[in-house]
Design a protein around this ligand. Structure first.
Ligand code: SF4
Length: 272
């Protein structure tokens, strides 16, 4: 492994499975702040804190800011976010003025192709079209954003959904060119996150006060009903589909790969 301190611009900070597996074992019982400290010291400015400004991401942002205010924060503006999210982003920038905020947007050619062919609300038609929309509006812009980092920090937790139950605090991200994915909150529960933000006066997205428990694009997110899972408000009309957009786990739903290839061509694989 080449450390952040002695690498040149051309060199990447890359790990193999064995090396990172040992580090993950060591980090598994560590606090989120220890995991973030390891990531900051290891990757320096080759580390991005990726967030959609939900409560988990805000807890991490606050922890990181206390350790090193000049962090790189990356977000994706899908173009369909609720107005409250845009206002909240401004609030976060004012509260954490030293962060470097990178906002990535969908490629307009890709966007025009899918909405011209399938309609502006294509996500309502079927699961493959919803995944196609997520692919163009979320997955590809993030892929582009991660092209120039060696590690990214997420707010994933094991208790969020079955597809996340085995995540480690750091792991090789095979969906993003083998860079390292860091999950400091992997073993936290939802209550731990809320305890942290309340104890530390961390700003939270205003839609939580309106019954939302997971916040994404406006047309695909609603407040949950009593007794529902915290991610039940995402793509609530879908039956037996994963509550994922494809950023954190590859989704190969019937017809999806074909749709992507047919509409976008091969260039989509590089995040163009
Ligand atoms: S959450 Fe909905 S609007 Fe947003 S990218 Fe996915 S399908 Fe499209």
């Amino acid at each position: 492994m080449i450390s952040a301190a002695d690498k040149t611009n051309e060199e990447r900070i890359l790990f193999d499975e064995l090396e990172l597996g040992e580090i993950a074992l060591n980090l598994d019982d560590k606090d989120p702040q220890d995991v973030i400290t390891w990531a900051l010291e290891t990757f320096g400015q080759r580390l991005a804190f990726v967030t959609s400004f939900q409560v988990d991401g805000m807890a991490i942002l606050d922890m990181a800011y206390r350790l090193k205010p000049e962090i790189r924060v990356v977000t994706v503006d899908t173009g369909r976010l609720p107005p409250e999210t845009y206002d909240f982003i401004e609030q976060v920038k004012n509260r954490y003025p030293k962060i470097s905020l990178e906002i990535h947007t969908p490629d307009h050619n890709n966007l025009e192709r899918i909405i011209s062919k399938h309609g502006i609300n294509l996500f309502r038609q079927d699961v493959p079209k919803r995944l196609l929309c997520c692919h163009v509006r979320k997955v590809l812009p993030l892929l582009r954003a991660l092209n120039n980092v060696d590690a990214w920090v997420t707010g994933l937790r094991r208790d969020q959904w079955a597809s996340r139950s085995n995540i480690r605090k750091c792991e090789i991200d095979h969906d993003h060119q083998g860079i390292v994915k860091v999950n400091p909150l992997a073993d936290w529960m939802e209550d731990d996150v809320w305890d942290y933000v309340r104890s530390n006066d961390v700003p939270t997205h205003p839609l939580y006060a309106k019954g939302y428990t997971s916040i994404g694009c406006a047309p695909c997110t609603r407040p949950i009903k009593p007794g529902e899972d915290s991610r039940a408000g995402r793509w609530w009309w879908e039956k037996n589909a994963p509550k994922e957009c494809g950023i954190h786990c590859p989704i190969e739903t019937g017809g999806f790969e074909h749709e992507v290839h047919a509409i976008l061509g091969d260039e989509h694989k590089n995040g163009q």
